[in-house]
Design a protein. Structure first.
Length: 335
């Protein structure tokens, strides 16, 4: 009888470069569980207890996540990230120059399952962001709770990540011109809508990043990552379904979403949790200048948001037939 669901096994003669790329992505994916496991391991060994106590005390007084992070350029520029980006591959497209005498708020879309291209383009120099935009120092912002995970937090900080709070962003802007932030606007809730060919964005009610830009006179820059939603398949979880209700409840209780996904494996192409090798192209749009106002009206915020959305649709309309040929429907703002 013919097997209706064959699993394609990777051949033994896969080129070394491709094996290296796969290994880079695999190591990145397991960084969180490995660091957590290592912390618990050292906690069980009395020999390490003095170091563990010292580290915990350090964490209690370390405010780096709220103060712009603790980036190390050698970590961001590691060749490891080139291998990581080449796996898909992930590309970065520039549509306009950015004035280094200004600050910027980059709005990244879509969230995807885990913002993989946001990491490659803004937490590393895999695609030479600093060369494309000289004078712009970029910080990818994430939830503060990610910095509560021992050892993993230090990995995030080294790559230039910081907390996505208002205080953190304003501290970064206070460093001076050119210091800019990337906010994944849709948040983790948007990951539940991430599936191949679908680009449903959680944006209409997201006004915080717009207010932040206005409060600080920072220009807004729309960023759209074509293919971000294509690299994993997700089990059906339409809004209102039993699975969606469970996932929504988990998010309410923990702040985390748990998409049920599947991709490929280390040694096969059809089953596993590794993302598929599918191209991702991140397009950085034209900046939208914003006049500084410490206390903007709701009308002002909505006016600026409208300009931002128009900028996002400009990227979509210009590049969708090039980088989103497999789309199942047009870009949609769901809430």
């Amino acid at each position: 009888m013919t097997n209706r669901f064959p699993i394609r096994i990777a051949p033994l003669n896969v080129p070394f470069d491709r094996r290296r790329q796969t290994t880079a992505v695999f190591l990145w994916l397991i960084a969180l569980p490995v660091t957590v496991a290592f912390f618990f391991f050292v906690c069980t060994a009395p020999f390490f207890w003095p170091l563990v106590i010292a580290y915990i005390l350090f964490l209690l007084f370390d405010y780096a996540p709220e103060n712009g992070g603790r980036r190390f350029e050698f970590a961001r520029k590691s060749v490891f990230w080139k291998w990581f980006a080449d796996y898909f591959p992930i590309k970065l497209v520039k549509t306009a120059d950015l004035d280094p005498s200004k600050n910027y708020v980059f709005g990244f879309h879509p969230h995807g399952i885990i913002c993989l291209s946001a990491w490659a383009n803004f937490a590393t120099e895999a695609n030479d962001f600093s060369k494309l935009f000289p004078g712009i120092t970029i910080y990818l912002l994430t939830l503060l709770k990610n910095f509560n995970i021992p050892f993993y937090r230090d990995f995030l900080l080294a790559q230039g990540l910081a907390s996505v709070s208002k205080e953190s962003a304003e501290h970064i802007f206070a460093h001076g011109p050119g210091h800019s932030i990337v906010i994944v606007v849709g948040g983790t809730v948007e990951s539940l809508s991430a599936r191949p060919g679908i680009y449903d964005l959680t944006l209409l009610k997201r006004l915080g990043f717009v207010k932040l830009a206005i409060n600080n006179g920072a220009s807004l820059v729309p960023v759209f990552s074509f293919g971000e939603n294509d690299i994993w398949e997700q089990f059906a979880n339409e809004k209102g379904s039993r699975l969606w209700r469970v996932q929504d409840k988990v998010k309410q209780l923990s702040g985390w979403t748990i998409p049920l996904i599947h991709g490929r494996g280390l040694f096969n192409y059809d089953f596993g949790l590794l993302p598929h090798r599918r191209s991702i192209v991140t397009v950085i749009g034209k900046p939208i200048d914003v006049e500084r106002d410490p206390n903007p009206s709701q009308e002002k915020v909505l006016e600026v948001q409208k300009k931002y959305i128009n900028g996002l649709y400009q990227i979509w309309n210009e590049y969708k037939d090039v980088y989103a040929k497999n789309r199942k429907r047009e870009l949609t703002l769901i809430e």
